[in-house]
Design a protein around this ligand. Structure first.
Ligand code: NAP
Length: 341
């Protein structure tokens, strides 16, 4: 069967009012198949995860806010359907990682330079999740952390996909991790590492628990996905001169931090956004090395992220409602028309 036999669809965000049901905030419509330019490639989407960034953007609270209606989707995995006349090094049928947005569709047209070839035998769901979260974990540990071998890392929301990747990459690099979660069932103790259940309300209590694990060893990197009081709690647990990176705003609250920790203990607090890191000319060389390194870790089985459910593209509203729920055991993904049910 040719891809031309499939009638492609695309998802659009039509309203960002968070009090509306998802079915009134997104729609699925027929996608017009445009002719290919010489350096373009038509790809068929296999799977696309729903990220907190997608949900945040759909609420009008992300760093980039496209005008309505817009096609969402920051990451996914695809198969090549057709190559433009100047694209010599890719073939229809090859699996690729598209680096670019607007991916919640059955088909997309991308410039050749935005596609990374992938191994055909990897799990497509795992490949679909490679772009954002593993890269965030990699850059935070390798480039923001400045960690010496064996040093401790402290992270909250540790059962998130980023948290899983931090744990797996840190173990690979020889660092030790203390994982903080907000509920006992989320502590994935079978994955190893140290686990604490804490809601970030009492920084000194958390500090005592962390010291109980690390003793006098320095804790030099804290990774905060939450903001609010959780920032202060991580800051209190870091050793003098420790680096604290706020990379998520899941609590929806402004980050709090004790001035004492900033002034007298020299805690270095900074925000982190992967998109900005990739766009910084100073990171040009380092950024080229991120995805080859992650693909190799995926091939070796070092990286693995949990999946809770996969929905067809036509069920995007149900999928979004599911992704926005607390207490999931893993990611929610969408399946494009070219993905296997
Ligand atoms: N800055 C960047 O460049 C960048 C890049 C990638 C990801 N991120 C951010 O990284 C974070 C994690 O993303 P992900 O895709 O890995 O997430 P995910 O797999 O969807 O998991 C979300 C996690 O957050 C926890 N959580 C949500 N709200 C919370 C709250 N108020 N207090 C405590 N825990 C809370 C959930 O805990 P339960 O299981 O208990 O519900 C779950 O562990 C997000 O904020 C995302 O935007 C940032």
């Amino acid at each position: 069967m040719s891809f031309l036999d499939v009638a492609p669809r695309v998802v659009e965000v039509i309203d960002t009012r968070a009090d509306l049901p998802w079915s009134e905030r997104v729609r699925v419509r027929a996608l017009e198949r445009l002719p290919l330019g010489p350096s373009q490639v038509r790809i068929g989407m296999l799977a696309m995860p729903i990220l907190p960034a997608d949900l945040l953007q759909m609420k009008g609270q992300y760093g980039v806010l496209p005008a309505l209606p817009y096609v969402p989707g920051h990451e996914g995995v695809a198969v090549i359907l057709e190559c433009g006349s100047e694209v010599q090094d890719l073939q229809p049928g090859q699996r690729v990682l598209p680096l670019g947005g607007k991916l919640w569709a059955d088909e997309c047209v991308m410039p050749r330079r935005a596609l990374l070839p992938l191994s055909e035998d990897g799990d497509p769901l795992q490949q679909a999740m490679l772009t954002a979260n593993p890269a965030t974990a990699w850059v935070l540990l390798q480039h923001e952390g400045a960690l010496a071998q064996g040093q401790w890392v402290l992270q909250n929301a540790a059962n998130s996909a980023v948290g899983q990747c931090v744990r797996q990459i840190a173990a690979h690099l020889g660092h030790q991790v203390i994982n903080i979660v907000r509920r006992e069932q989320a502590a994935a103790r079978d994955e190893g590492g140290h686990w604490l259940v804490d809601e970030g309300s009492d920084p000194q209590a958390l500090r005592a628990q962390v010291r109980g694990i690390t003793g006098d060893a320095p804790v030099m990197l804290g990774l905060d996905a939450l903001g609010g009081n959780a920032t202060a709690a991580l800051a209190a647990c870091l050793s003098e001169g420790g680096r604290l990176r706020v990379y998520g705003l899941l609590s929806g609250q402004p980050s709090q931090i004790a001035a004492h920790d900033l002034i007298f203990r020299n805690i270095e607090l900074r925000g982190f956004w992967l998109a900005r890191w990739f766009g910084d000319p100073a990171n040009k060389q380092a950024s080229r090395e991120v995805y080859p390194a992650l693909m190799e870790l995926a091939r070796q089985g070092v990286l693995h992220m949990s999946v809770e459910q996969v929905y067809g593209l036509g069920d995007v509203a149900q999928a979004l409602a599911h992704a926005a729920r607390e207490g999931r055991s893993g990611k929610i993904l969408l399946r494009g028309a070219h993905g296997r049910p």
